[in-house]
Design a protein around this ligand. Structure first.
Ligand SMILES: [Fe+2]
Ligand SMILES: [Fe+2]
Length: 346
C-alpha cells in the first residue's frame, strides 16, 4: 500500500501536480507566517557605504542609480536571489549623489517616492517639473513619470528611496525605459503618454509634500494622538484623499516624549526611516533601538509598539496598505498588554 502511495505521489510530481493535503499547512497557516524578518539597517553603515560607493562606482549615462538597497535576510533564506526587498513587497534604499553629480532620466512601471533625511541643493525632476529636495520633503515619482536627479551643490546628498518594486517582481509587471536623450530632462519639457496599452493607476496631482506643511500637520495632530501610532500623519492625494501612490502609503509619525504606544498587528508591512530623534520599537518581543537615519522593516502581522528616547522622535514610513486593502487582505488587531521583551536586535 505504501509503495502504491509513494508511486502515486511520484506520479503527481511527474505530472506537475501536488496534493493539497501535503502542502495545506504551508500555504494556509492559521495566520501569516512571513518569510521577511524584522530587521534594522544602521545609518552609520548606510552613509559610510553610500559614500564609499560614490568613490568607487561612477554613475554612467544610461539610467544608472547609485542605490544601496535593504535586503531582508529572511527573504534571501526563502527565495535566494530571486527577490530583493526590505519586506516581501517593499523596497527601501539609500540613494547617494556626489557633489555636482546627476542620475539621468528614466521611467518605469513600479511607483517610487523619496524622503530626504539630510542634505540640500539637489532636485528631482519629474516630467519636466523641477522639485528641490530638502530635509523632511517627500517627492513622488509615479509609475511612468520621467524622473532624474541632480545634485548641484558642493556636498554629497543622500535620501531614502521607497518603491513597490518587490511586488512588481512577483507579478512580473516591470517595464523600464531610458529617457530618449539618455540625459537629464529639460526643465518644463512635460511628461509623455504611458507606453501603448499601459494602465498606470491614479496619480496624485501633488508631486512634492514640503516639510513645512508636514510639520504643521504633525503639530496640529498633537491634539489627537492615536494609541498605536501616537501622532500619525498620512500623506494623501489631495484630490481623492487616497494613498499617494496606487500601491504605497506614506506616513510620518511623531512619537512624543514619554509616550509608549500600545502594541498592534496588521497585515501590511512597513519600512521605517528614522527622520529625527532616538527611540525603540519592540517587534515580536525583540527590542530594536534606533536613531536618526536608521531604516527598519516590519513584516506582516508582527506585534509592534514604539517609544521615543530623549525627547520627541519622528519616523517616516512606507507601507503596502493600499494593496492589502484593494485585495481585501488587510487585518488590523490591537493588543491589550505591552509585549514582554525577550531579546535585543544587534
Ligand atoms: Fe527610477
Ligand atoms: Fe503599526
Amino acid at each position: 500500500m505504501n509503495d502504491a502511495l509513494d508511486d502515486f505521489y511520484a506520479e503527481l510530481r511527474a505530472h506537475h501536480l501536488e496534493a493539497l493535503w501535503r502542502i495545506n499547512t504551508k500555504i494556509m497557516p492559521f495566520e501569516p507566517r512571513p518569510r521577511a524578518k524584522a530587521w534594522l539597517w544602521r545609518y552609520e553603515d548606510l552613509a559610510r557605504l553610500a559614500e564609499l560607493a560614490g568613490k568607487l562606482v561612477p554613475i554612467d549615462r544610461g539610467g544608472d542609480r547609485r542605490v544601496l538597497a535593504a535586503i531582508n535576510p529572511g527573504l534571501v533564506e526563502a527565495y535566494g536571489d530571486s527577490v530583493y526587498g526590505a519586506t516581501a513587497t517593499l523596497w527601501g534604499a539609500v540613494q547617494y549623489l556626489g557633489p555636482h553629480e546627476s542620475a539621468p532620466g528614466h521611467r518605469h512601471s513600479p511607483s517610487a517616492l523619496r524622503f530626504i533625511v539630510e542634505g540640500s541643493g539637489a532636485w528631482t525632476t519629474v516630467d519636466g517639473v523641477r522639485l528641490p529636495m530638502a530635509p523632511g520633503d517627500l517627492v513622488l515619482t509615479p509609475a511612468y513619470a520621467w524622473h532624474d536627479h541632480q545634485n548641484n551643490s558642493d556636498e554629497p546628498m543622500a535620501w531614502f528611496d521607497g518603491l513597490d518594486l518587490p511586488l512588481a517582481c512577483y507579478l512580473d509587471a516591470q517595464f523600464f525605459e531610458f529617457y530618449p536623450t539618455g540625459e537629464l530632462q529639460e526643465e518644463g519639457c512635460g511628461g509623455s503618454p504611458p507606453p501603448t496599452g499601459a494602465q498606470p493607476g491614479v496619480r496624485s496631482s501633488l508631486l512634492k509634500y514640503p516639510w513645512r506643511d508636514t510639520e504643521a500637520a504633525l503639530e496640529a495632530g498633537r491634539a489627537n494622538p492615536d494609541p498605536h501610532d501616537d501622532v500619525l500623519h498620512r500623506y494623501t492625494d489631495p484630490d481623492t484623499g487616497g494613498p499617494v501612490l496606487p500601491t504605497l502609503d506614506a506616513n510620518i509619525q511623531l512619537l512624543q516624549a514619554g509616550v509608549r504606544t500600545q502594541p498592534h498587528r496588521h497585515v501590511h508591512s512597513v519600512v521605517y526611516q528614522v527622520f529625527r530623534g532616538r527611540g525603540e520599537t519592540i517587534i515580536d518581543g525583540v527590542r530594536f533601538a534606533w536613531e536618526r537615519g536608521d531604516m527598519f522593516a516590519l513584516p506582516p502581522w508582527a506585534a509592534h509598539e514604539h517609544h521615543a528616547v530623549d525627547g520627541d522622535a519622528l519616523l517616516f514610513s512606507i507601507t503596502d496598505g493600499p494593496v492589502l486593502r484593494a485585495l481585501g487582505l488587510e487585518r488590523v488587531l490591537g493588543l491589550d498588554a505591552p509585549q514582554e521583551i525577550t531579546g535585543e536586535f544587534a
